[in-house]
Design a protein around this ligand. Structure first.
Ligand code: CP
Length: 317
């Protein structure tokens, strides 16, 4: 594998999940694969899970790991080509990328949507420049439009807990005080569609996602109706996608918070969220602390997902 930015890069999902479960049985079986190989993890945005789980996965494979927080300790990077660099950004990404490529074998990038321009965000300008100019295999640690490591971990978690071959999975919008990118819901929908689960997406009107990610999912504006018979409830907030409201918060309606009453409408569904989560905005304490909450196993599977991806990138060197 030469890059990992979307579901297509991982190939057959059954094979990928089987590989993940094998890694889970013995995560130290391939400590020679990454020997004398270096992973550079580059963060333009904050992280807890992605940072720790990916670093742990790399160490399981015997890799050396370097972590750079671009906004803390590195030169501020200019990302626009053609600008006169007379401002507060002393280094251009076009030099910084190949330089960073000199010091490592594999590069992971976290770079969120900025909500300044939909074209720029959905063109994945930062990620694409790393793929083009670094000379190294690049993987996404959450980019502007997708979070494939999270979605892979979500898929593994559902496969471990599902009670039917084709479970009903509901992606529900939930309220949040700030504007959040669409990367997690986009990616989740992309992976659930690829897995051929029954996918229902529920949100207030105005929060429609990019149709390329919605695919064949059913969109339901009545959250309670969407929850009926669900096997998995996946909660997430996102800001508006459609113009002219791209990147805006249109609602903070706590009638959309996931609570025990709504969970009672489901087929004894499991609750999922990628974390970090705003309690009693997205989900009540009772649900997230309850016996059907999968948020911790889901986070634990981030290490497994990252190890499969890193293993394949190392095999491709
Ligand atoms: N779910 C997730 O990506 O968590 P972090 O933002 O903490 O990495």
């Amino acid at each position: 594998m030469k890059k990992f930015t979307c579901v297509q890069d991982i190939g057959d999902l059954r094979t990928a999940v089987a590989e993940a479960l094998a890694v889970k049985r013995d995560r130290f079986a391939r400590t020679e694969l990454g020997r004398n190989r270096t992973l550079l993890m580059l963060f333009f945005n904050s992280s807890l899970r992605t940072r720790l789980s990916t670093q742990k996965a790399a160490m399981n494979l015997g890799m050396n790991v370097m972590v750079l927080d671009v906004n803390q300790g590195a030169w501020k990077l200019e990302t626009e080509r053609g600008v006169v660099m007379d401002g507060d950004r002393p280094e251009h990404l076009l030099e910084a990328i190949p330089v960073m490529g000199c010091y490592c074998d594999v590069i992971g990038i976290r770079s969120f949507a900025r909500f300044e321009s939909k074209e720029e965000d959905y063109g994945e300008r930062i990620l694409e420049q790393f793929i083009r100019y670094s000379g190294r295999p690049v993987f996404s640690m959450e980019a502007a439009t997708r979070h494939p490591l999270q979605s892979f971990a979500d898929l593994i978690t559902i496969e471990e807990h599902k009670r039917t071959e084709r479970p009903k999975v509901v992606l529900t919008w939930a309220p949040h005080p700030k504007a959040l990118p669409q990367a997690v819901p986009n990616s989740f929908a992309e992976w659930m569609n690829a897995a051929d689960y029954e996918l229902v997406i529920t949100h207030p009107e105005g929060y429609e996602l990019d149709p390329q990610f919605v695919g064949c999912a059913r969109v339901e504006y009545d959250q309670r109706r969407a929850f009926e018979g669900a096997d998995f409830i996946y909660a997430k907030n996102w800001a508006a996608y459609r113009d002219p409201h791209y990147g805006e918060v249109l609602s903070k309606d706590r009638a959309w918070t996931v609570d025990a009453g709504k969970m009672a409408l489901t087929n004894d569904a499991y609750f999922m969220h990628c974390l970090p989560v705003r309690r009693n905005m997205i989900v009540t304490d009772e649900v997230i602390e309850g016996p059907r909450s999968l948020v911790i196993p889901e986070a634990a599977n981030r290490e497994i997902a990252a190890q499969v991806v890193l293993g394949r990138l190392l095999e491709g060197l």
